[in-house]
Ligand binder design. Structure first.
Ligand SMILES: *Cc1c(COP(=O)(O)O)cnc(C)c1O
Length: 396
């Protein structure tokens, strides 16, 4: 007796490659993962800096960039910095992180998050992520804190190490907002200061609010590969005027204003953004809507092309979020994790620059010894996520 047999599905690697080809066409060279785009008034604003001589640490574009950032993000205050890592470092200091503290942060992040914690002489305490947003898993973290955290009048402590648990850093992976309400409530319950690493989420919203507004402070990045770039740059966001003033002070060598004397009242940092870079940033921010609109269009095309492919899904925005789709990501089904490197080879060979997730912090030599909760989702996602080309111009 014969049974009718369904034709086997096409193997996941060639099927995914074909889907990416339907979105991006057949490249002649290599399509980069993320390219900056300068089609606005960048030349005009930079030329003005050069013509007037205001290129460095003082100049009107820095002030304007800070005002524009506040307007775009809805934060009351923005302080421009030399890069996003510096902004994060200052955020942690403003959060009250002291040497010897532990800072809860995702293992699944770019190295800058953990390095900023190190610069503050604190220890990263690594936490797991959710499969759908890739952001910190509030529920898993709550269960973990219930086990290890001890609340005392003077603060919250890690029962196992005895160190203070001071802050929780949430990161919006690839521009998908993590569940900020749940994380803010959890931070509140445990007396932790919530800090947002919003480096990847300019133009991304959580329940209608721009990311970077839920915690006490947030950090943005304008590195060359981010949604908006200043070449290199960053910003601290805050809704608290006192913290914002302190951010400005700390990032400008803690200089106290005086007509002629050069006075500094503490060890500050030379973390300010040069006016030249701010000029580029002002022109870039004028195009943010266009960048995000086109990035969302490419994302929709990937999602549609991958819808019929068995064994792989497109990482779409959480229901509560409006993402900027900074980097588009494909997620292989668990049974296809073994194909990840084969898929990366096939995509890169065909001219579609692609890469896996960052190596999680707990597997890097300098952070391998850090305290951590079980990280099953982080490890599973690391084995299965592939980023594909995401520049706004791909939608043109
Ligand atoms: C880009 C980025 C930063 C900051 O990087 P800089 O290159 O210092 O501007 C911080 N955190 C995350 C998650 C990032 O992606």
């Amino acid at each position: 007796m014969t049974h009718p047999v369904a034709s086997p599905p096409e193997p996941v690697v060639p099927a995914t490659l074909a889907a990416v080809r339907r979105v991006l066409g057949t490249p002649t060279g290599t399509i980069p993962l993320h390219e900056p785009e300068f089609r606005g008034r960048e030349w005009e604003y930079v030329k003005e800096c050069l013509d007037t001589g205001w290129v460095s640490s003082v100049g009107s574009y820095v002030d304007r960039f800070e005002r524009d950032l506040a307007a775009v993000t809805g934060a009351k205050h923005a302080v421009a910095t030399v890069n996003g890592t510096a902004a994060l470092h200052i955020c942690l200091l403003l959060a009250g992180v002291q040497p010897g503290d532990e800072v809860l942060m995702p293992s699944l992040t770019f190295i800058a998050t953990a390095n900023a914690v190190s610069y503050a002489q604190a220890t990263p305490h690594l936490v797991d992520c959710e499969a759908h947003s890739l952001g910190v898993d509030a529920h898993a973290l709550e269960a973990y804190l219930h086990e290890i955290a001890e609340r005392r009048p003077e603060g919250t402590f890690n029962r196992r190490t005895g160190a203070p648990l001071r802050a929780l850093v949430a990161m919006h992976v690839f521009g998908h907002a993590c569940d900020l309400d749940a994380l803010a409530a959890l931070a509140d319950r445990y007396g932790l200061v919530l800090v947002e690493d919003a480096a990847e989420s300019l133009g991304a919203f959580y329940k209608g609010r721009h990311t970077g507004n839920a915690g006490r402070v947030a950090a943005l990045s304008f590195n060359g590969n981010k949604v908006v770039t200043t070449g290199g740059g960053g910003a601290v966001l805050s809704n608290d005027a006192v913290l914002a003033r302190r951010a400005k002070h700390l990032t400008t060598t803690a200089r106290t204003p005086h007509r002629w004397s050069v006075l500094h009242d503490e060890v500050g940092y030379n973390y300010r953004l040069p006016n030249l870079n701010a000029a580029v940033g002002c022109a870039q921010l004028e195009q943010l809507d266009s960048f995000v609109r086109r990035k969302r269009r490419i994302a929709a095309r990937y999602e549609e092309a991958l819808a019929g492919v068995a064994g792989v899904r497109f990482l779409r925005e959480p229901a509560y979020a409006r993402s900027n789709y900074w980097l588009n990501a494909l997620v292989l089904a668990p049974e296809h994790a073994v194909c990840r490197d084969e898929l990366l080879s096939a995509l890169n060979d065909a001219g579609y620059m692609s890469r896996p997730l960052w190596t999680p912090m707990h597997r890097l030599p300098m952070y391998a010894g850090c305290p951590r909760m079980p990280l099953p989702v982080t490890e599973s996602m690391e084995a299965r996520v592939v980023n594909v080309p995401s520049s706004a111009r791909l939608a043109d």
